[in-house]
Ligand binder design. Structure first.
Ligand SMILES: [Zn+2]
Length: 290
């Protein structure tokens, strides 16, 4: 577990927000980079843009304040203590918590059935989104897994079966195919495009996982998309943004396409595309990682 998170944004000394993309542009065009500070309220640690790795990190000797959102262990404790609620996030002592997924699963099923959404659920969804964003910023679920146990009814759920980064889309897809329990899952992705196949529906597509299969001339792709009627809302997550998406996922129909090998006319390349789709009932089911 890294000591600090790689930051996606920071503020200049006059309070201007700078994101990685504009800092990279300034770097590439040899412009002077601004003096940067941590943008978390009350922190202001001295940070710098690390162009080789495309992120913002602490300057030598600088530290994030306790409670700063980039001070992962301390920020996690503050999220957990403010989100604690015996029904959903139960304090177990020693700073450890148990997160109840059953209430989420049931609420999503109810909402999917067209019943009005429960508004007390919103606090729970926000806490869960904050936890998942933190997991995505750490680029691993290790910190979360050390502090938070997931439980679905009587069953303990491994974080591996709940939280999936792009490298593990195939595991999420496999799980959907074999699971009969409608386990809610969280996926982390990078927005690649928005498409509207017909009026009244919009899809946000993430960069897929490309998988070597070990079978000659066969490639597997795992595509992740989110569908919703509110196009403006999905488009508020711009191309290139990193997002977390959680809820009850569905497998789409897999498709197969073939094309000639670029250099060997006797061979054919076959691509199999596997699809994972989410239709969120609540807007808190999507959150930007930044
Ligand atoms: Zn900070």
């Amino acid at each position: 577990m890294s000591r600090a998170i790689k930051m996606r944004r920071a503020v200049g000394t006059h309070g201007t927000l700078h994101r990685i993309a504009d800092l990279q542009k300034r770097h590439d065009t040899k412009q002077t980079l601004p003096t940067l500070l941590c943008d978390s309220p009350g922190c202001g640690a001295s940070v710098k843009f690390v162009a080789e790795h495309g992120y913002i990190g602490l300057n030598k000797g600088a530290e994030h304040q306790p409670g700063c959102r980039y001070n992962a262990p301390s920020y996690l404790q503050s999220l957990l203590s403010t989100g604690a609620d015996p029904d959903v996030l139960l304090a177990m002592g020693d700073g450890k918590y148990e997160l109840r997924l059953l209430i989420l699963q049931q609420a999503l099923k109810r909402a999917g059935g067209g019943e009005p959404g429960a508004s007390p659920l919103e606090g729970y969804l926000r806490t869960l989104a904050d936890l998942l964003v933190l997991g995505a910023m750490c680029e691993s679920d290790a910190l979360l897994a050390a502090q938070v146990t997931l439980r679905l009814g009587k069953k303990k759920v491994d974080w591996d079966n709940f939280f999936h980064t792009q490298e593990r889309y195939d595991a999420a897809w496999e799980r959907l195919g074999s699971s009969t329990t409608d386990l809610p899952m969280a996926l982390v992705g990078t927005v690649r495009s928005h498409r509207s196949p017909q009026p009244g529906s919009m899809f946000l597509n993430c960069a897929p996982k490309y998988q070597q299969t070990g079978v000659a001339d066969r490639r597997d792709f795992y595509e992740v998309s989110v569908g919703h009627a509110d196009a403006a809302w999905l488009q508020s997550f711009p191309v290139g943004a990193e997002i977390v998406m959680f809820g009850l996922w569905r497998q789409g129909r897999s498709s197969t396409s073939s094309r000639p090998h670029p250099t060997d006319p006797r061979r054919t390349i076959t691509s199999v595309t596997h699809k994972l789709a989410l239709w969120p009932s609540f807007k808190q089911q999507l959150a930007r990682v930044e």
